[in-house]
Design a binder for this molecule. Structure first.
Ligand code: SF4
Ligand code: SF4
Length: 309
């Protein structure tokens, strides 16, 4: 009888490859599937993750995390920064990379399962628990743990190769893989911080940080106003190079990163937003602002190159 596998030889435990060989095979597979970057972290690097985002919540026996990144095409980045049309970005920087990443993650997980390691792909950031504003896991934190990049002033992952212009996905596995080191260099050092200045709704701040601990070391990255970013990306407000559907004043909240309160404000604003359309009043419609991470190319910025030309 023949069975269809994902390309890996089905190996008995006694003939399993060394940790080094297995890690190499996993990375080669990820790249062959279309990933532009791949890295590996031991699950312990996520120890300080909040319980609702901890990978072991989903796969208690997980030993390793695999992170893959898919870069955003530069022509589309530049068009998006200039602003004449939202469509190529929406399709080719938002939806399509996430569909591809989902496929890659499933194929990579099956590749590992053909070698008898239970593996779980976590969908790319299309799906959120709306009331909390989070997905199943924080792909950007996993990517940092796996050495693909560092969280920066804008709160997103900054990679040495593609700056902030990447989409991410993660696979959890019971395989014990060789870890990549966390990147030492802070990509924001010496950067003129265009991520902060380009934000049309002042969601990013130069003076407020979040702190995480990985491998016993503290790392700082930028705080984001959930209210402001959602108001911008949710199409509530018109602005420079924004594809908004309405122009409603930003509500005032004591804690702008209280996701539940932000959701309530969205529902209330929906009443004013589409008074003629009851079905869509409270719809949360993303308009894919994304300017902050598209403008982030630290190496080119330090050399004085413009990103929006
Ligand atoms: S644009 Fe500069 S400051 Fe902002 S996240 Fe990127 S590297 Fe850091
Ligand atoms: S996605 Fe847009 S609104 Fe949100 S922080 Fe970035 S630039 Fe600001």
């Amino acid at each position: 009888m023949r069975t269809k596998s994902s390309g890996a030889k089905v190996l008995k435990k006694a003939t399993r490859p060394s940790q080094e060989a297995l890690t190499r095979a996993v990375k080669e597979k990820a790249l062959s599937l279309g990933a532009h970057l791949v890295g590996v972290a031991p699950v312990e690097r996520m120890e300080s993750a909040p319980p609702e985002l901890h990978p072991r919540r989903l796969l208690p026996e997980a030993r390793s995390l695999i992170s893959m990144a898919y870069r955003i095409n530069r022509g589309i980045q530049q068009l998006h920064l200039r602003g004449p049309s939202p469509m190529p970005f929406s399709r080719f920087a938002g939806l399509e990379p996430k569909i591809r990443l989902d496929d890659m993650a499933l194929d990579l997980a099956n590749f590992l399962e053909d070698m008898d390691y239970i593996s779980l792909p976590i969908p790319a950031n299309q799906y959120y628990y709306q009331e909390k504003g989070v997905g199943e896991i924080s792909h950007r934190h996993v990517a940092m743990a796996a050495g693909i990049g560092r969280l920066g002033r804008g709160g997103f992952l900054v990679t040495p190769q593609y700056g902030g212009a990447v989409q991410l996905i993660s696979v959890l596995t019971t395989a014990s893989l060789l870890a990549d080191p966390i990147l030492k260099e802070d990509p924001c050092q010496g950067c003129p911080q265009p991520c902060v200045s380009i934000c049309p709704v002042q969601a990013l701040r130069r003076d407020r940080d979040r702190v995480i601990v990985m491998d016993g070391k503290e790392y700082r990255y930028g705080w984001l106003s959930y209210l402001r970013c959602q108001w911008g990306c949710g199409g509530m407000v018109m602005g420079d190079r924004f594809y908004a559907l309405s122009d409603l004043p930003m509500p005032s909240l004591e804690e702008e990163d209280d996701s539940e309160q932000v959701r309530v404000e969205f529902l209330l604003a929906g009443e004013k937003r589409f008074p003629w359309d009851r079905a869509n009043r409270a719809a949360f419609q993303y308009n894919a602002c994304s300017k902050c991470y598209v403008v982030c190319h630290p190496e080119r910025l330090k050399k004085g190159e413009q990103q929006d030309r």
